[in-house]
Design a protein around this ligand. Structure first.
Ligand SMILES: [Fe+2]
Ligand SMILES: [Fe+2]
Length: 359
């Protein structure tokens, strides 16, 4: 084998930098999950059979079948994007594709490993949708000379085990937050078309309807098994809501240029997304966290300040900074605990679970 061929073969086997970035696991990056398939098999949707059937009909009709196709003539040149915006946008696309693909892998695993026909059908439809979403982002990443090797990610990324109920809380929230994030950006672009610095934003409206429907599926699964929403499980729900909100808040504030390009204040954007998600989550969670409580806001600001200081210490390295980082960890845990003990707002669950994506 010649040297040229050998190095070409090696390159073909090695993941590119973007794939490695997508493979990284930090507190703020999307993860891959696996769960207890026997417990998934035991999930019974009979108590909400009629609503379940109508949801399955929606999946079967597959109204986004041809939506995720990039028009062949839609070429774009991003060479004039300012450097900071370029970097943040690529980071946004990589974290989006990782989370889309993480959904795809989990849903596919469940579909393959359960015998329960209801679960098999649902997770098959959701895996189909997430594969389309991830593939679509990859088509656009190629313009930047990068694409994530999804096959490599499947093999190389670490999987986190979660009990089914934790999968339900976490993925319900991530689907509904995904909807709220996409629709908020889409509404802004609709109002100000001149801000659309990348064509992908034009796909966000129908895209987020898929995410909304995925969230509806988890809402039905939980309402069919009301024990998941009572007693000590309320504590778990509170934990997941706060962890997801805090993570999103800290991560979004690290993309100032992208938010500026969209003329969206990242704080306002996050509180809009929290408000939409909290309103929607009343369909399934028996309480909402009080996002207007000044103490809630102060805790999020504190977590952001700790995360920024921690990043700086990590970048600088050294023994002193290593000690500082332990202190930041303790102080982040204490702040999260304070957030966790703030009062929540209780309400009675509606008789009809289903909602429409009308935001
Ligand atoms: Fe998706
Ligand atoms: Fe989804």
């Amino acid at each position: 084998m010649s040297t040229v061929t050998a190095s070409a073969t090696r390159e073909a086997r090695l993941p590119n930098e973007t794939t490695l970035k997508a493979q990284e696991d930090t507190l703020l990056t999307p993860r891959f999950y696996t769960t207890d398939m026997k417990a998934m098999d035991a999930i019974d949707v009979d108590p909400i059979r009629a609503q379940w059937q109508s949801l399955m009909d929606e999946y079967r009709s597959d109204n986004n079948k041809v939506h995720f196709t990039r028009p062949a003539n839609l070429m774009a040149d991003y060479s004039d994007l300012p450097e900071g915006l370029h970097r943040e946008f690529v980071d946004f696309m990589v974290s989006s594709i990782t989370s889309e693909y993480s959904g795809c892998v989990l849903y596919n695993e469940i579909k393959k490993n359960v015998a329960n026909p209801d679960m098999k059908e649902l997770f098959g439809y959701m895996a189909r949708d997430e594969a389309r979403h991830a593939g679509f982002i990859n088509q656009w990443l190629k313009d930047f000379g990068i694409a994530v090797d999804l096959g490599f990610l499947t093999r190389a990324k670490k999987y986190t085990y979660f009990r089914p109920k934790f999968i339900f809380y976490a993925t319900y929230l991530s689907e509904k937050i995904g909807y709220a994030r996409y629709i908020t950006i889409f509404r802004q672009i609709e109002k100000h078309p001149e801000l659309k610095f990348h064509p992908i934003f034009g796909w966000f409206d129908q895209w987020c309807n898929d995410e909304f429907r995925h969230g509806e599926s988890f809402a039905l699964l939980m309402r069919a098994n009301p024990k998941l929403l009572e007693g000590h499980n309320r504590l778990w729900i509170r934990f997941f809501v706060l962890a997801v909100y805090a993570t999103m808040f800290v991560r979004d504030q690290s993309r100032p240029e992208m938010h500026e390009a969209l003329a969206i204040d990242p704080r306002e954007y996050d509180y809009t997304v929290f408000r939409i998600t909290s309103d929607i989550s009343r369909q399934v969670f028996p309480f909402t966290v009080d996002i207007d409580n000044p103490k809630f806001r102060a805790c999020l600001e504190k977590l952001l300040a700790i995360s920024t200081a921690n990043d700086k210490a990590r970048a600088e390295g050294g023994v002193i900074n290593a000690i500082k980082r332990i202190g930041y960890g303790v102080s982040a845990a204490a702040t999260f605990l304070r957030l966790y003990t703030l009062p929540v707002i209780d309400h009675r669950l509606p008789a009809n679970v289903r909602l429409s994506p009308t935001w």
